[in-house]
Design a protein around this ligand. Structure first.
Ligand code: SF4
Ligand code: SF4
Length: 358
C-alpha cells in the first residue's frame, strides 16, 4: 500500500542560518578552543582544528537606507568573502580567516564613514525601538535619541574604557517593545489622555479600550448624545495603553510627554543575578532634535560608573555595592517625589524596584 504523503508545511519560519555563515565558522561549528579581543572592534576565535576567524564589528543605525546597506555589503564582498551578519544591537560584523585582512577591512569601513568598535567593555550601540518612522504610537523618536547620544558617546564605542560592557536602550512608548538596559531611556507620559469624543464612536471598539486599561480607569459614557468613553483621572497612571487601540485617546503631548531614565537592568547572569532596571530620573524634557538634557544625564551616570566601579562590575553590580543613596549623591541626580511609588497596586505586582512603599 502506498505510504500516505506528508503534507508540505505551509509556513517557512526563519531560514537556516548555516547557509549564511562564513565557511570557516561552519566547518568549526561547536569546536572552538578560545577567543580573545586583540583590539576594540575586533574578536579572534581559534578552533580546535587550528583555524582562526577574525570578526570586525562596525556600528550602524538600526533603520538602514538601501544606499548605506549597499555600501556595507560592497565592503563585505570586497574585503570579507561576502559574509556579514547583524547583531541585535544593530552592529554589522564581518568575518575574515586571516589576520592580514583585518586592517584593510577596518580601513575600508572607516574610509566609508563607519565606526569600528562596540566590543568587550565599551558602550555598545544603543538599541532602540522604531520611533516615528515605523510605529503609530511613539511619544518620541527613539532613532533620533540614539543618533544624538551616540554622537556624544562615540569615543566610548570606539574604545574599551568602561569597567564592563554597557548596554543602553531607548524606547518610544511606555508599554510595548522597550528593553532592559544598563541604562534605559524610556518615554514617560505625565498627563491622562485627552479624548476626542467626535471620533471615538467611529474609530474605537469601546469594550477593547476599556479592557486595555490596567487600572480600570476607563468607562463607557455618552457624550453629546454619542457613545464615547471617560477616564477617571484620579486612577489613571498615564501609561498610554489605551492609545494604540483607540487613537482618539490622545496622550502624546509636546509638553507633557517626557523621558525617564532607568538604570541597572541586566539580562546576563554571568557574574550576578539578572536584575530589573530602576527609575533614576523622571520628567526629563523630550526635546528633539538633539535631546541634550537626556544625553547630559546619561553621560553623568557613565562618568561616575567609569570612575567608581571595579573592573567587571556592570552598572547594577556597582550600584548594589555602593547603595542607592550613594548613587544619587555621586551622580547629582535629585531624588524626587517621582521616585516614590504610592500606587497601591504595585505592592504585590511590581515588588522589584527601588521604589519606596508606604
Ligand atoms: S516602543 Fe512603543 S512606540 Fe516604540 S516602536 Fe515599540 S510599540 Fe511602537
Ligand atoms: S493612560 Fe493607561 S491608565 Fe490611563 S486611561 Fe489609558 S490605559 Fe488607563
Amino acid at each position: 500500500m502506498a505510504q500516505p504523503q506528508m503534507r508540505h508545511p505551509t509556513e517557512s519560519g526563519c531560514p537556516d542560518g548555516f547557509q549564511y555563515m562564513h565557511p570557516v565558522m561552519r566547518r568549526n561549528y561547536g569546536q572552538w578552543k578560545f577567543h580573545d579581543h586583540p583590539r576594540p572592534g575586533v574578536l579572534r576565535h581559534v578552533a580546535n582544528s587550528g583555524d582562526e576567524i577574525w570578526t570586525v564589528k562596525a556600528g550602524t543605525q538600526r533603520i538602514l537606507d538601501v544606499f548605506t546597506l549597499r555600501k556595507l555589503t560592497e565592503i563585505g564582498d570586497k574585503f570579507a568573502d561576502g559574509y556579514v551578519r547583524f547583531t541585535i544591537r544593530s552592529n554589522i560584523e564581518y568575518m575574515v580567516p586571516d589576520e592580514a585582512r583585518v586592517e584593510p577591512l577596518i580601513k575600508a569601513l572607516e574610509d566609508a564613514g563607519f565606526i569600528v568598535g562596540g566590543t568587550a567593555n565599551s558602550v555598545a550601540m544603543i538599541s532602540h525601538t522604531q520611533g516615528w518612522l515605523h510605529c503609530d504610537i511613539p511619544g518620541t523618536d527613539a532613532s533620533g535619541v540614539v543618533k544624538s547620544m551616540m554622537d556624544e558617546l562615540i569615543d566610548e564605542f570606539k574604545n574599551c574604557n568602561m569597567p564592563n560592557r554597557v548596554h543602553i536602550t531607548t524606547s518610544c512608548c511606555q508599554i510595548n517593545c522597550g528593553g532592559q538596559g544598563d541604562i534605559a531611556i524610556n518615554v514617560q507620559h505625565t498627563k491622562p489622555p485627552k479624548i476626542n469624543h467626535d471620533l471615538v464612536a467611529n474609530v474605537c471598539e469601546r469594550p477593547t479600550v476599556v479592557a486595555r486599561c490596567p487600572v480600570a480607569a476607563i468607562r463607557p459614557a455618552m457624550v453629546n448624545g454619542k457613545p464615547s468613553l471617560e477616564v477617571d483621572e484620579k486612577k489613571c497612571i498615564c501609561c498610554g495603553a489605551c492609545f494604540p487601540p483607540c487613537p482618539p485617546m490622545q496622550i502624546n503631548d509636546a509638553e507633557e510627554t517626557k523621558l525617564a531614565i532607568w538604570v541597572g537592568g541586566n539580562h546576563s547572569n554571568a557574574r550576578s543575578k539578572p536584575s530589573f532596571q530602576k527609575l533614576v530620573a523622571a520628567g526629563v524634557p523630550n526635546n528633539p532634535p538633539r535631546w541634550p538634557e537626556a544625553t547630559a544625564i546619561v553621560k553623568r551616570i557613565l562618568k561616575e560608573y567609569k570612575e567608581g566601579a571595579k573592573d567587571w562590575e556592570r552598572i547594577n553590580d556597582w550600584i548594589d555595592r555602593i547603595g542607592w543613596p550613594r548613587f544619587f549623591e555621586v551622580t547629582g541626580l535629585p531624588f524626587t517625589k517621582y521616585h516614590i511609588d504610592n500606587w497601591t497596586g504595585a505592592r504585590n505586582s511590581l515588588n522589584a524596584s527601588t521604589h519606596i512603599r508606604f
